[in-house]
Design a binder for this molecule. Structure first.
Ligand code: PAF
Length: 282
């Protein structure tokens, strides 16, 4: 198992693969790997000759300093988990300096307004950080395909736009949300939940499911009000936002229209830990 920390080392591995006409699959992560990440890596292993997984807690995408400090960092376990899938995986675990150079600056992106919805509203600058770090990684890794989970659905749409803006040739592949048996979407942040919070958190998916089941017959206003009420009754979870939005531009809607695809999006606090989830509605 190769764990590379230097840009020059990974560049040389990438050049090697390219010279041997090998395709490269890339799974960018911030580490603290769970089964959701591993499913992305397994798919990448099936579809590519070389697989590179980056493990990098990207400082520029955190709008909350405390969240950045407390984000779980478990490189040794991550390496162990990946080596069980394949010893051939290349792990790229750089320092910020290797990625950004001396100045950790971000590009100010215009993702056609996608960046101003939901996560963008509540986490100012977040998507500039995501876009910038991925631009660096795509340049270093030159992947043929890159894999992202649909849990961060807005991120997935933004990454597709980034590829168009930066004229990159990588194919972006979205993969289904991986859930616990309880329905809770897997997230590295789940590791920080207390037992009580872990017990409460499956409510998030239960609510999304109920919204999905009732989307055909109930109005958006009724569903949105119902969701708020469910969280008002709950002492452990606090709703930050719930929105039903068009998939095309991620703008939230008040009324359904024919022939449009919608998804419900939610962000919830369990104490200081922020959890997000989403579900297709039609
Ligand atoms: O989804 C994540 O873990 C991060 O946003 C990503 C894509 C690895 C960029 O830092």
């Amino acid at each position: 198992m190769r764990v590379l920390k230097k840009r020059l080392d990974i560049l040389s591995d990438v050049a090697n693969s390219k010279n041997n006409n090998k395709t490269i699959g890339f799974v960018p992560t911030m580490g603290a790997l769970h089964k959701g990440h591993l499913a992305l890596v397994e798919r990448a292993l099936k579809e590519n000759d070389t697989v590179i997984v980056s493990v990098f807690v990207n400082p520029t995408q955190f709008n909350n300093a405390e969240d950045l400090v407390n984000y779980p960092r478990t490189l040794d376990t991550d390496v162990e988990l990946l080596s069980k899938l394949s010893e051939e995986i290349i792990i790229f675990a750089p320092t910020p300096k290797e990625v950004y150079g001396d100045q950790m600056s971000t590009v100010n992106y215009n993702f056609n307004g996608l960046e101003n919805q939901m996560e963008g509203k509540f986490r100012p600058g977040h998507f500039d950080g995501v876009g910038t770090v991925l631009k660096h990684f795509f340049e270093i890794v030159s992947p043929n395909k890159a894999y992202f989970g649909e849990k961060d659905f807005q991120q997935l749409q933004i990454v597709k736009k980034l590829v168009t803006i930066e004229k990159l040739s990588v194919q972006i592949i979205g993969c289904p949300i991986y859930r616990e048996d309880t329905g809770l979407a897997l997230s590295s942040r789940n590791k920080r939940l207390t037992t009580q919070q872990l017990e409460a958190a499956p409510l998030i998916y239960a609510i999304l499911k109920e919204v999905q089941d009732n989307f055909g017959t109930k109005s958006v206003t009724t569903l949105t009000k119902w969701v708020s009420e469910q969280f008002e009754k709950n002492d452990t979870l606090e709703l930050e936002y719930f929105e039903i939005a068009k998939i095309s531009d991620l703008k939230s809607i008040k009324r359904k229209q024919k022939n449009m695809k919608y998804r419900a999006f939610i962000a919830v606090f369990a104490g200081k830990i922020r959890l997000i989830d989403n579900i297709a509605l039609n």
